[in-house]
Write a protein that binds this ligand. Structure first.
Ligand code: PLP
Length: 396
């Protein structure tokens, strides 16, 4: 990168990370990102589970260009009848079990979380929300209030009130969900905690407890959705259906798009008493919806959930016995590589970079590398990823 570009990056683009990744992107193609010198890097981050179809997929580009020639934004959310938005809402309804047939489109994941919390409180006329420790649901005020790490919530005070925490996979905690609880919000595989998979039956027990107490179950599939865990929706592997489903990240095919999805009768509470119970200007932007629809078609046509399951297993099998690795965890291509020596974490990210591989770390797990490659990754590319990781983790 030219030094002036780098200094402008630090001077004029607001930063919140002490040491931003600083990868200098020139272009992307397939699973590769290229730096300014044209050097290729295998992208095993995917913009944190966003670029599931890799970079520059021709069908996504074509869908965006076709919509670009028709129209961009025309009106605030829900006023105009826009073809890409309707086609996408219909498609989602066709791919989801009953009663998930009604979508409210947002710009981002956090905005979907906010909408879902409002919907649950309004629908149940209850106040309390239960969230999991070590979950991340976004950085807006309501989503941030769901966090359990004290540093963050201390700095964010006053928090949105009425939030309590349980620990993921601790079945005993479920008894604290009561007739006062409006909703439980949970990720089907905990992302920022380090790709923590639910124990067998845990989410089913949670669903049962919610049914007993009339509590709504909000599943945050913002990272897990769209095929990443080996099925189109992670909840399919758990035998549960949420009352509200949250999507974002890969939903937009690389453009900004989020959604909270529920049943028509539940969504009804946002349009009555008072009217206009939730508003957004850009949510469900026609370009994002056109890209999303194309992305879903590709995911289905190219059997990408199946590829995610297959390639995730191959990576696990190839790396699990590496002397520097304690465990390879996760589901599908939402993976964590836990190192035996946590002090190696940051240098391991850098050593992978030297090998031409982009990997990352997690917000709440200081001993694991994040691996979230595009779901289109091939057998040969997985071989290269495993070779590069093995070399990067060699004892020095
Ligand atoms: N929920 C989960 C599980 C996430 O991983 C994230 C972002 O990382 C969010 C919500 C927030 O999404 P966004 O960054 O689009 O607001």
């Amino acid at each position: 990168m030219s030094s002036s570009l780098r200094s402008s990056f630090f001077r004029h683009v607001a930063q919140t990370a002490p040491e931003p990744d600083g990868f200098e992107v020139s272009r992307g193609q397939g699973v590769y990102l290229y730096d300014l010198e044209g050097k290729p890097f295998i992208d095993c981050i995917s913009g944190i589970a966003v670029s599931s179809l890799g970079h520059g997929h021709p069908k996504i580009t074509a869908a965006i260009k076709a919509q670009l020639d028709l129209h961009l934004h025309t009106s605030v959310y829900g006023e105009h009848v826009q073809q890409p938005q309707i086609a996408l809402a219909e498609k989602l309804a066709s791919l989801l079990p009953d009663p998930l047939d009604c979508t409210y489109f947002t710009n981002s994941g956090a905005e979907a979380v906010e909408g879902a919390l409002k919907l649950a409180r309004k629908y149940t006329s209850r106040y309390e929300i239960v969230a999991c420790r070590q979950a991340y649901h976004g950085s807006t005020a309501g989503a941030e209030s769901l966090r359990s790490d004290l540093d963050h919530i201390a700095a964010a005070r006053p928090l949105v009130p009425g939030i309590r925490h349980i620990t993921f996979n601790v079945t005993d905690d479920l008894s604290t969900i009561t007739e006062n609880t409006a909703a439980v919000i949970i990720e089907p595989v905990q992302g920022e905690a380090g790709a923590i998979v639910p124990d067998t039956g845990y989410l089913k027990a949670l669903r049962d407890r919610c049914d007993q107490t009339g509590t709504m179950l909000i599943l945050d599939e913002i990272q897990t959705g769209m095929g990443r865990t080996g099925s189109l929706w992670a909840f399919e592997q758990e035998g549960v259906v949420p009352d509200i489903l949250l999507l974002a990240k890969a939903l937009g095919g690389g453009l900004p798009l989020g959604a909270f999805i529920s049943s028509r009768d539940k969504m009804h509470v946002l349009s009555h008493n008072p009217i206009l119970g939730h508003l957004t200007t850009f949510g469900g932007h026609p370009l994002s919806c056109a890209a999303s629809l194309a992305a879903i078609e590709i995911i289905l046509e190219e059997h990408l959930p199946e590829n995610a399951a297959k390639q995730g297993k191959r990576i696990k099998d190839q790396l699990k016995d590496h002397p520097a690795i304690r465990e390879v965890r996760g589901r599908g291509l939402m993976m964590a590589i836990e190192l035996k020596d946590p002090n190696r974490l940051l240098s391991a990210v850098k050593d992978c970079r030297q090998e031409g591989l982009l990997v990352d770390w997690f917000l709440f797990n200081d001993r694991s590398l994040r691996l979230a490659p595009p779901l289109i990754i091939s057998d040969e590319e997985v071989e290269m990823v495993c070779t590069k990781i093995s070399r990067a983790l060699k004892t020095k």
